[in-house]
Each structure stands twice: as structure tokens, then as C-alpha cells.
Write a protein that binds this ligand. Sequence first.
Ligand code: ZN
Ligand code: ZN
Ligand code: FE
Length: 764
Amino acid sequence: MIVHININIRGAVQGVGFRPFIYKVANEMGLTGFVLNNSMGVSIEAEGKKPLLEIFLTRINSEKPSLSFIASLEYSFHDSIGYTQFVIKESAHSGEPSAIIMPDIALCPDCLHEMNNPSDRRYQYPFINCTNCGPRFTIIEALPYDRQNTTMKKFEMCSDCRSEYENPSDRRYHAQPIACPECGPYLELWNEKGDIISSGWNALIGSCKAILEGQIIALKGIGGFQLIVDARNTSAVRRLRTRKRREEKPFALMFPDFKSVLEICEVNRLEENLLNSPESPIVLLRRKSNSKHIISSDVAPDNPYIGAMLPYSPLHHLLMQQLQIPIIATSGNLAEEPICIEEYEALERLSGIAELYLTHNRPIKRHMDDSIVRVIHGRKAILRRARGFAPLPLSLENNPDSVFSGNMAVGADLKNTVAFCKGNNIFISQHIGDLSTKQSNDAFESVINDFKKLYKIEPNLLLSDLHPDYHSSRFAQKSNYPTKYVQHHAAHVLSCRFENKVEGEALGIAWDGTGYGTDGTIWGGEFFISDDSCIKHVAQMKQFPLPGGDSAIKEPRRSALGILYEIFGNSLFNNDTRFTRNILKEFDEMELSLLKKMLENKVNTIFTSSVGRMFDAVASIIKIKQKSCFEGQAAMALEFASNKYEKGSYDYSLIFGKKVIIDWENTIIDLITDFVKETLIDVIGGRFHNTLANMILSVTEYFNQNKVLLSGGCFQNALLTGKVIGILEKIGCKVYTHQLVPTNDGGISLGQIVATKYEMLFNV
Ligand code: ZN
Ligand code: ZN
Ligand code: FE
């Protein structure tokens, strides 16, 4: 007997060749009916013998297209209607949009092959794509994902493209950005005034020539403009640094191919996979010691790591095939501003930086930076989650009643992301950046509006950081939505707990640079015990004063002065001993008398338990770094300077009260003693890292925990994270780190959403 099955699939099933796949399998199996995209995902009606339909269900799961992801598959059996053939139907436009939008995917091998084939009609065409690759999130204007809902709608398909687009057995069947040299977007090379110098292939060749001559090119990429210079050319790299106001922060490099990455960097198997993945992120790789002569030392000054990526868009492939050299490919912006996405905006905002613009007429709907990943202790850690990853959601498999639905989180002010929950999915925005400029604040609000419009959501609750001076918190205050304020480090721990699906009691450790505490001080060395409904603050690093408050973040020497003042008090300034002389020497008399007054009178001085600031203090004490040009620079320098094989460590103690306080006074005294004895810097650094790991071990043992969650910016430090995991696994603990969202503040928005269902206890 012929029966009818109704199948509704949600997940990443649009723009990945899902309908042609269903069409092919159904026809192979002799089923009748149809498949269509709707705003929820994909809907199938099929008829055939019941055992056959059951096999059909299994085949959907086991043979689905490689880029697709099934979040839920619901089906029901009914009486036959009597279809005579299996077809692909036009998309249905009714219903609530909740379809999962695919991220932008790097050029696939099939398209690369065609692009390099002189007899293919898309030979050397910079906008080639198919159902398996190409732009997605950056071109979508509305759901469902159809040509007329993308920025490609203004390009009328030629007859060849249209027949591919309409042929279910073609690999470009319903590839929404389908294009060719006849009908699609094209390149133009502009000068600083916006005059067209050349177009098409000549624009590409002209750009290559200019890059090799040392010019700075603004290139319109997938998610915005990138600034490109020859990475071997020191004067070009320096000009870019000065103009972009980026003194020392490393620039990412794009290499022509994997072989050329190997000439400069050490690459393990996992890193190789990441470089070649469809997400195609920037991968932080250790530099080979003999690589210095190949690229300019100004690319990543004093940094043993290189942020490396491979060409991901067809335009990048063509450019790199011509250039055959490593180039700097950094975001097209000034300092901390968001990346430019529109050519006239770029002409204005990048004026004085770029000398030429390699642009095109395919509009970018929303900004998307390159993602950054690092392999830490054999696991992938995402440091910046954007192209290739966003906006794929995390799903709430264990929460069918979706307790978070309608919640929207606005994140923290550094490395901001926003998140919202709709149905069973938590969508986390692409990296927005530091909310410290007018442009980035505007970008923050436009991402919120974009998400609301795209997914048709109206928040019923806003979640924001507790920090009263964050732009994101003020946005929440000004809004008319009910708002809940979530303590920063509790959010860190809960985001790690959620992404690892941890159940039952676990110790959560949130170590970072800065976060507002419930007592108005700056926290950053926090321990929590959480279970499925409650999170309790149980331990903390001993606090020390930071003279000058927030400006101390840019000056590790101020953290050093503060930490020493906490140990020695005023005698720090009176007894000029070999212990303290080294630090006092880092200030002139004026500065010192000012800072002394601040510390004595507790004026313009904040107290902090931040481990990030402890890293700063140690980096300053052992003369690695006195002033930082970017967030985390001193801590990174200390990590890189430390010997990972060192076994020694320093003393510390636990003070037991309402909370456990970790007292590091002896640690700092031991460390200075080592330094005065002229112990090697790498040994001192290694011992400091070991000591921090020991502190975590002591707290874990004291609270008798066997599950530990690590979150916060400090765990971007691979040496620290590796040591902590190693020491805890030895006593049989299971250690959870972030792999899906950043361990830094990019993961805060997720934690804020999870916090809605948590009771938070801070003063017990
Ligand atoms: Zn392709
Ligand atoms: Zn065409
Ligand atoms: Fe943080």
C-alpha cells in the first residue's frame, strides 16, 4: 500500500544543495511528491511503500550534503494523495522565519578547478560559486534564502546561468549567488578619488602590480574591505602601521598556498585542517626560527606567532595566483573601528590609508571579519568568531521547552558580540569589536536591528553586563525592554558550561583582564561552583590597587607598582631596596609622586582581582613590557617568553573565610628574588605559569570538584591552559574549555542568555 509522509527539517539546510539532494534520492527510490524551502527550513512530502519511506528517512540523515546540518527532523505518516512524480517546488513564503542561515563558505575544489580551466566559461572569474561554496550571510537581505532576497537580485541571470540554476541535477541548482562574466558582478580598480582606472582582469593585474610596487590596496572582500600590502616590504608595512594607527599589534598574513605557509610556520595536522577548512579562518601558527628573512619583521614585531590564512574567495585565489608572495590582509578600518563594507564609505573612511581600491559591484549586506583560531592543548579555540562560523546557532537539544526563547543578550564592551534565542536555537552574532568608538557603537546597534529584522524577533528580555559604564549596558538601560544584569565572570562560566553541555556540579574558573564585580571592584580571578540552576561565587584572587584605574591597562608597570604596594605599603617608596628599585626605576619622579598619592589616598585607584593584570605586573617586574600597545600584549609577551618545560613554581597560600582568597604575596616575593638573582626570564615565566596552575589545583581539591570549566581571556594563553588541563587531569578531573564560542568576551553574550535561568549567589 502507498502511504504519504510529511517531513519538516530544520537546521542549516538552505543554500547547501539540500533540495537537489532530496530530489535525487527520491527519484532514485521511485518516490513521488515534492520538496520545498520554507522559512523554517525544508519541507518534504513523499509517497511510496512504507518500508521504502523508512529507508528514505535514514538516507536523508546518512547521505545529506556535507555542509548541511539537521537540527530537527519531524515526520508524520498520512493517507496517500496520489502524486505522480517527484518535483522541486517554489519556496513557500508563509510561516515564521527561523531557518538557519549559512555562513560564508570558502571556494570549493570544484569551483577552483573550473576557475583555473581556460575552456570553462567562468575561467578566471572572481565571483564563481556553487551550492557548496560562496557568500551566504553577507548577501542575505531577508528569509527565506532565495535570489530575490539577496544582494544578487540586481543581476539578471543570463540564459546559461538560468538553465544551471533551474536544473535540479546541476551543481549550481538554486545556487543563489550564481553568476558568470556575462551576467554577474565585475571588478574595478579605483584611485583615491574614486575614478575608475581599469576594470575586469586589468583591474586585478593593476592591483598586483601596485602591491608589488609597495602600495596599499583596499580590497572589497566577502565581509568588507581589507587592506593589502606586500608582507616582505618593510617600508610599505610601516606606512600601513602609521596610517592605520596600529603600532605593534600583529597583522594577519594571507599565503599563496599551503606550501608557502610551511616555509615560515610550524603546522600540525589540526592546524593544517583548519587552514584548509570551508570556514578558512586565520590560524595562529608558531613561526619557524629561520623564517625571519622572508617577511618583514614589522608584520608581527617580537611575536613568535603568525596569523596565517589561505585564499578563500575566488578573488583572493586569483590575486594570490598572480602574486605568489605572502601579503598582509588586515581589516579595512582605522584602529578599533568596524570594517568598511561599501565602496563610497571606504573611499571616505580609508582615505589617507589606501592608495588604490580593488572593488566590485556585488553589495555586501553586513560586515564580517575574518575569524581567528588557535590550537590549544590539541583543541580548536576560536578567538574571533566571524566569517565561516557566524551566524550558525548553538542548539538547545535538552531544552525542548526553550526557556530562553525571546531573550536577547548585548554582551560586553570588549570583543562584543550579541546573541538571541529563538525557539531551540541560540544565535550569536559575528564579532562586532570593542565598543569604544562612535562607529563601533553604531555597528553594535545596527547588528541588533539586523538580527531583529532578519529573524523577525522582538525580545521579551534583554541581558546585559553589570558594568554601569559599558556602552552595551547603557543601551539596555535606555531601551524599553525589561533588562537583567549579569555579572561578567558568571557569564563566562555559564557560557563554557552551556557549550560543553555540562550537567551537575562543576567548578568554573573565570580569569580575564577586567570585569565589573558585584562589589564595584574590578574582578578577573574568580571561581564559581555551579549546578543546573544555581551559580555561586566561592573563591577569588587577593585584590591589589591599580593606580589610575582604566589607564593602568595600557601600562603594565602600574599593575606592578600596585601589586608591590599591596605587599609593602608605603615602605615601597621609602626603602629603596634591590627588591623594589627595579620597578621604581620605570617611572620618573613626577609620575611616581602622583601615583604614590593615588595609592595612599585611594584616589583614582581601583581594586582588582584580575589575573590579566597579574600577568601585566609580572611582565613589568621581569622587564618584558612596561607599556602595552594593545589589549593583552604584555600577557602574550610573558607567555611567549616562558619556558614550557620548566618544572619549578612559587609559594602561595589560601585564606579561608566567607570566600577562599588566593594570596599571591609570596609568589611575587619569590619571583622578584629569582629576578634579583638573575635567574633566566624563561625560567621565571615558566615558574609563574606553574604557580597559577597550582593555585587552580588547590582550589579544585579544596572544594572537592571533579569537573572544571575554564573561561575568560587568560585561557587564550596556550601555556597556561595546557598546564592547568595537565595538572587537573592527573587528579582525575574532567576539564572543559571553549571550542564553539570565544573564551574571551566574544562568548559573554551566550553566557548572559544562559544566565536567565540561573540563581546567582555572590555574598555567601
Ligand atoms: Zn563551489
Ligand atoms: Zn551568467
Ligand atoms: Fe571577560
